[in-house]
Design a protein around this ligand. Structure first.
Ligand code: PT1
Length: 275
């Protein structure tokens, strides 16, 4: 199965790696004033060389506790980077946003997939995504990033995540988005305790019944910090293990920071699984 991402192709016939490109200000290297487009572009090129199949560009942090940014701020961060990548990057770019204005400008600038952690629930997002005619990823989140980890609660986490994604899938199809253009994501770490995340990973296969390719993001997340006692930069091995477990349970795309390491791990998995 191949996804057409505005002319660039994403082959889901084998598990693929989505490289994370955060274009949020780095408060360590420059005091949070400047975003280095050149650094971001070099990082994207390196991830492509390391075997990424797609690069996910995001200008608004959605990790727990993060605050929203304005449309203009988000545009200023992501658009120059997407424009530069359009000509130079051999693989598609996705735009990680919930804002319809950013979706439109990003696709105009060359993005070929919309990755929305809010599953197109923002005002106007569903209509905009349908109009732009690119594949979309719908993710489950309970609450909003600033408060979602305060007291996540479910009676049946897999059932509720699945019902939510099914409802959003129906909304997309009703809006005219082709079901072959829709990916789904249980949203690890988005309004979930460690136990919720582990149950979702354990039972990931059960989401296959929704009939869409699965995308998962586990890379360096706090659930892996809780399991290993390590800081984000030291969670590479745990992240690779989690990515592998997800692919074994049916994930088509893994969203990761450590592309080279994850690509190697998937090569081993593929060799063992082959025939
Ligand atoms: C994700 C994802 C994403 N994650 C998709 N897009 C983030 N489709 C951004 C933590 O617990 O999983 N799927 N875009 C990053 N969000 C988080 C959430 C980062 C939780 C860290 C944590 O540490």
């Amino acid at each position: 199965m191949k996804l057409n991402c505005k002319g660039k192709s994403l082959d889901l016939g084998k598990p693929c790696v989505m490289g994370i490109l955060n274009v949020t200000p780095d408060s360590f290297s420059d005091g949070g004033r400047f975003l280095h487009a050149d650094t971001a572009i070099a990082q994207a090129m390196q991830m492509a060389e390391d075997g990424a199949a797609i690069i996910d560009v995001g200008g608004e942090s959605t990790r727990p506790g993060a605050s929203p940014v304005s449309v203009q701020e988000e545009l200023d961060r992501v658009i120059p980077v997407i424009q530069a990548l359009r000509a130079n990057l051999p693989i598609p770019v996705s735009i990680d946003t919930s804002k319809p204005e950013v979706m439109a400008a990003a696709v105009q600038a060359g993005a070929g997939l919309i990755n929305d952690v809010n599953a197109l629930r923002s005002n106007g997002a569903l209509e905009q995504a349908a109009k732009l005619d690119v594949p979309v990823c719908l993710m489950h989140m309970q609450g909003q990033p600033d408060t979602m980890q305060h007291a996540p609660r479910y009676d049946n986490v897999l059932g509720e995540v699945s019902a939510f994604l099914s409802e959003r899938l129906d909304a997309c199809i009703e809006q005219g988005i082709a079901c072959e253009h829709i990916l789904i994501d249980p949203g690890f770490g988005f309004g979930k305790t460690l136990e919720h995340n582990l149950e979702l990973l354990r039972r990931l296969r059960e989401l296959e019944k929704l009939g869409c390719p699965l995308l998962v993001g586990l890379s360096r997340k706090s659930m892996l910090g809780t399991l290993t006692g390590r800081e984000p930069e030291q969670r590479v091995a745990a992240s690779v293990a989690a990515a592998l477990l997800a692919v074994e349970r049916g994930a088509s795309i893994v969203r990761v920071h450590d592309v080279a390491e994850t690509v190697d791990a998937l090569k081993v998995l593929e060799a063992v699984t082959r025939e």
